[in-house]
Design a protein around this ligand. Sequence first.
Ligand code: SF4
Length: 458
Amino acid sequence: CGVFGLWAPGSPVSHTIYLGLFALQHRGQESAGIAVSDGSKIWVDKGMGLVPTIFDDHRLQALQGRAGIGHTRYATTGSSSWANAQPVYGNAAELHFALAHNGNLVNTEDLARELGLGADEFGSDSDVAAALLARELEGDRTADEHALVSAFARVLPRLSGAFSLVLLADDCLVGVRDPRGFRPLFLGRLDGGWVLASETPALDVVGAEVVREVEPGEMVVIDADGVRSLRPSWPETPEPRLCSFEYVYFARPDGYLRGQNVHRARQRMGEELARQAPADADVVVPIPESSIPGAQGYAHESGIPYVDGFIKNRYIGRTFIAPTQELRRNAVRIKLNPIRDNVAGKRVVVIEDSIVRATTLRETMRMLRQADVAEIHLRVLSPPYRWPCFYGMATTDRSQLIAAELEVDQIREYLGADSLAYLESDAMLRAIDPQNPSGLCTACLTGDYPTPVPSVPS
Ligand code: SF4
């Protein structure tokens, strides 16, 4: 998911949030929403689909406020439905708030039980976090902005897992990252205001200057007095664990994470891969789009020419669930089609960022064969994805992860490639941050989870 927050009295808040969400569309395409505060009321508007299909000028004009938050959703817990779209609204003790969340909590069921909520009484982990905050506020007679911020600071240490949150109250905006900082969050400065955003390109597009990352475990409170930094009493002070897959495919290439440009990190992954797994080939071809910088890196390091082997249809959002195998194959072709002249008769190094289920990739390999390539040498910019993610990325059970079920050579055979190699973990981490390859999460590669997690079905 993508989150965005804005404190900018006197400006058209909802239009600016819209631009920020547009820049974060890649982080979630299922639903989106905006909440604004005019100082005494909070208004929330949300819908299913892409940001520009939900909001038009008319809807944005109706959202008048001096501060606001926004969210683009990619459902990893809870179904993809309007009810689960965010921001989540809450109120208690005459205070109103709205919350937007990126990441997944791993103790949702325990928290829900504590609140007396049955499994069908909440939609997602974010609802449970909002319900906890509302309960903490109940009975608080000093109900003002400070009470809300301190209630939030008391609730946060009870959440376990991944959360980059933005919270909007009548008179303030809060941003917080869990102590491991699984998901990114940035603070930006705008003329006359402040911005919070999941990624730096969202600050760029609204004309904000990047001030810094919100640190893992930090809570920033923005109000009429400016910005304050607080540290809730976390139960532990763990090592940071930013998700390494943010660099592999999730984050925008024009962004920066921990000071590293994502595009450049992907190029370095390709360079590392060329050194680790060379191939005797005529051309290097990326599977667009997130593999393009990696293919550039592989081509540069190996000296094998880079060519475009596929055209990606830019107008594809979510592909429909096709009822037959034949239609499913065609659905892959709607997204991606080979440029026959660039690959026919050639020995091709195909660069892919990662392999999760491999079903689409298998169809892609079949298309290349139909385009008469001579050989396919598949090179993957990350190690085998063997364990489910509980922190906000394509959560799935192990049986859906091809590398959990099959050895590398069996995967090669399944995909119909002549050779297959994955980038080794050390090399991937070095490519991400050559000076500081530590402090990153790799749990889906190793099964070594940095927090307790719900049991992993084998
Ligand atoms: Fe990222 Fe994998 Fe960790 Fe999930 S388990 S946060 S995908 S590195």
